[in-house]
Design a protein around this ligand. Structure first.
Ligand SMILES: Nc1ncnc2c1ncn2[C@@H]1O[C@H](COP(=O)(O)OP(=O)(O)OP(=O)(O)O)[C@@H](O)[C@H]1O
Ligand SMILES: [Mg+2]
Length: 252
């Protein structure tokens, strides 16, 4: 059965897109077939992490929404760019970075059911193990849908009071939608904090297990979304944590 995984955060910049790209890569390296969809239509960007240039992108998720492309025409195989050499595959569906097309989405919105239909079609016709959805932060009807269709809902937060409050709202919603599995991941934790104390505090607050406490990393800033961190820094603490989360997803 193909599993759908949504990665979300209440506030922006928590690290969702980098975490998604690195999880997808780690899982594909295990020989899995993975689709990753940039559902952050308002401010897309995950294609950069996979080193897919705008000049090499023809059809996007936007074209699919507007009936200008089939869902298959929006797929880009980025396995080679990410160093996958086995039977694993990463198929990326990017969103448009064209200003007019983003403006059109902002003014008209889009039919969220098309995402569901597109994913179901891909699942039916391609031999997929996982579909990952990189989302726009905050709450919207698109986010509701992506949570509702997920087998695993991964919520990313930083150790920040604004993130804590927003995460509580997201978790409440996900509990009401009865998602089979919810995971919390804390990113950008400064090294002077006691990781274990913070973990216990957050787990007690939300009643959900934390799958990872990821350190803030100067190397991540240096990489600047210009590649897959786990491939560039294979022995980094962040990478070690990421691989544990990938294993959790593979086991789920
Ligand atoms: N642990 C970390 N330490 C330092 N920088 C990080 C870490 N994780 C992510 N970053 C940096 O934070 C920035 C935001 O990351 P990213 O784009 O993945 O977040 P996002 O949650 O997808 O943002 P948005 O909400 O805008 O989509 C990037 O510059 C990234 O390199
Ligand atoms: Mg993002």
């Amino acid at each position: 059965m193909t599993k759908i995984i949504s990665i979300h955060s209440y506030r922006g910049g928590t690290g969702k897109s980098n975490i998604t790209a690195n999880l997808v890569t780690s899982i594909a390296l295990q020989g899995k077939q993975v689709v990753v969809i940039d559902c952050d239509i308002q401010s897309p960007g995950i294609h950069n992490i996979f080193d897919l240039n705008e000049s090499d992108i023809d059809k996007t998720l936007n074209d699919y929404f507007w009936g200008r492309a089939t869902i298959y025409e929006t797929i880009y195989d980025v396995s080679q760019e990410t160093g996958i050499k086995n039977e694993g595959k990463i198929l990326l569906i990017p969103a448009s970075v064209n200003a007019d097309e983003i403006a059109r989405i902002l003014s008209e919105g889009y039919n969220v059911n098309l995402i569901h239909q597109g994913i179901q079609e891909l699942i039916k016709n391609l031999n997929l193990d996982y579909v990952f959805i990189d989302t726009h932060p905050g709450l919207s009807k698109e986010v509701f849908l992506s949570i509702a269709i997920s087998h695993i809902f991964l919520v990313v937060l930083r150790p920040d009071r604004q993130d804590f409050q927003g995460t509580a709202i997201i978790i409440d919603l996900a509990k009401q939608l009865m998602i089979p599995k919810m995971m919390l991941l804390v990113n950008k934790v400064v090294n002077s904090i006691n990781f274990n104390d913070l973990k216990i505090q957050i787990e007690n607050t939300y009643g959900i297990p934390i799958v990872g406490m990821f350190p803030v990393s100067e190397e991540m800033f240096l990489l600047g979304s210009n590649g897959i961190f786990c491939q560039e820094y294979a022995y980094h603490n962040w990478t070690k944590n990421l691989r544990i989360v990938a294993e959790e997803i593979l086991k789920a």
